[in-house]
Ligand binder design. Sequence first.
Ligand SMILES: NC(=O)c1ccc[n+]([C@@H]2O[C@H](COP(=O)([O-])OP(=O)(O)OC[C@H]3O[C@@H](n4cnc5c(N)ncnc54)[C@H](O)[C@@H]3O)[C@@H](O)[C@H]2O)c1
Length: 374
Amino acid sequence: MREFRKVKVDLGDKSYHVHIGENIVDLLPEIISPFVTRKKIFLVSDEAVGSTILPRVRKILEDSGFELSVILVPSGEKSKNFEQLQILLSELLDNNIERRDIVIALGGGVIGDLVGFASSILYRGINFIQIPTTLLAQVDSSIGGKTAINVKQGKNLVGSFHQPKIVVADVNFLSTLSLREVKAGFAEVIKYAVLGDRSFFDWLSENSKKLLKLNTESLIHAIETSCKMKAKIVKEDEYEQGKRVLLNLGHTFGHAFEKSVNTNGEGQSILHGEAIGIGICLAAKLSEDFEESNIEDSIAIEKLVADFGLPTNILDISKNLKISEVIKFMKHDKKRSDDKNTLILLKGIGEAFIHNDVKDKDLARFLNNQGLKK
Ligand SMILES: NC(=O)c1ccc[n+]([C@@H]2O[C@H](COP(=O)([O-])OP(=O)(O)OC[C@H]3O[C@@H](n4cnc5c(N)ncnc54)[C@H](O)[C@@H]3O)[C@@H](O)[C@H]2O)c1
């Protein structure tokens, strides 16, 4: 029997469900029907997903009588910018989108973030649906309503909070994803375990091989557990005024590495999830420096990240990163310019906390001890 799960993101009149399952996309017409006001639907995807998953989704919707207006954007992070946002908005308007129409975002975190942001500003906000097709998007970016584009000063600095009407996560979509992207997605799954659930951490340690082979039952459990944790935190703090910041575990380091490697890395590249995996390992080590966490937990975290085939050390990706540049990007990420940095640290596995006062000099010393250049 096919397994379907439903996780509620409880936000009062903005509540919605994350539908998770094997071939759950077959039920799409039924799932979206409460939110469509006419037979015309707008669907935005990227070129890679356009040639793999889109034909099936299109057939399912067209067989149910929907007329689809499809817009494709180039694949990858480079599409999360003002230029693509403008092109997308123009195409939606040229195709006569109306205030009460719905837009489907079919793709990874890039499509979800771009389409979510476009939906939040078009006609001052229209409804959208997330159909995440990467593991990262299924466990993280499609849930919680954060939308954004990147600007030259840093990642995700221009955006909005705009919740989707539904999220539909079909685990079968992951079979066309490259193994590198699958591994990168597990970094966000590991994040949930490390920040708040020791028993999930142990379960991930025992099931890493099955998960990397995309065992359906294990995947559904990992995605559902991750979504539940995200939904719980988002419910308590939708606009990131407090507890939601915990979800940034590994991200302040990670975003800075993404930015530095992908702009100045002399040919190397790093995926978001890979950067986050390294960032989580560093957050654990920095917690030791602050005498909050112990070395055994740092070793266990590093082992779990490595078990999922992810890099654990930024020097394995690039030996040329400068401490000053990394710290500069860390500041943009957290929108601060004084010498204090906010980082998510650990008291141990499953116990993250917010440290609001990590000084530049302590950060520089720490990064130097990790082998980064001054
Ligand atoms: N909004 C949030 O809360 C949030 C949270 C985490 C990450 N993010 C953002 O998400 C982005 C990263 O997301 P991502 O890792 O999904 O990247 P992505 O959207 O670029 O997808 C990765 C690659 O996989 C391809 N792809 C997607 N699904 C596929 C499939 N099923 N089969 C084959 N190829 C497929 C895409 O075309 C792309 O080339 C970053 O921009 C990050 O900032 C946002």
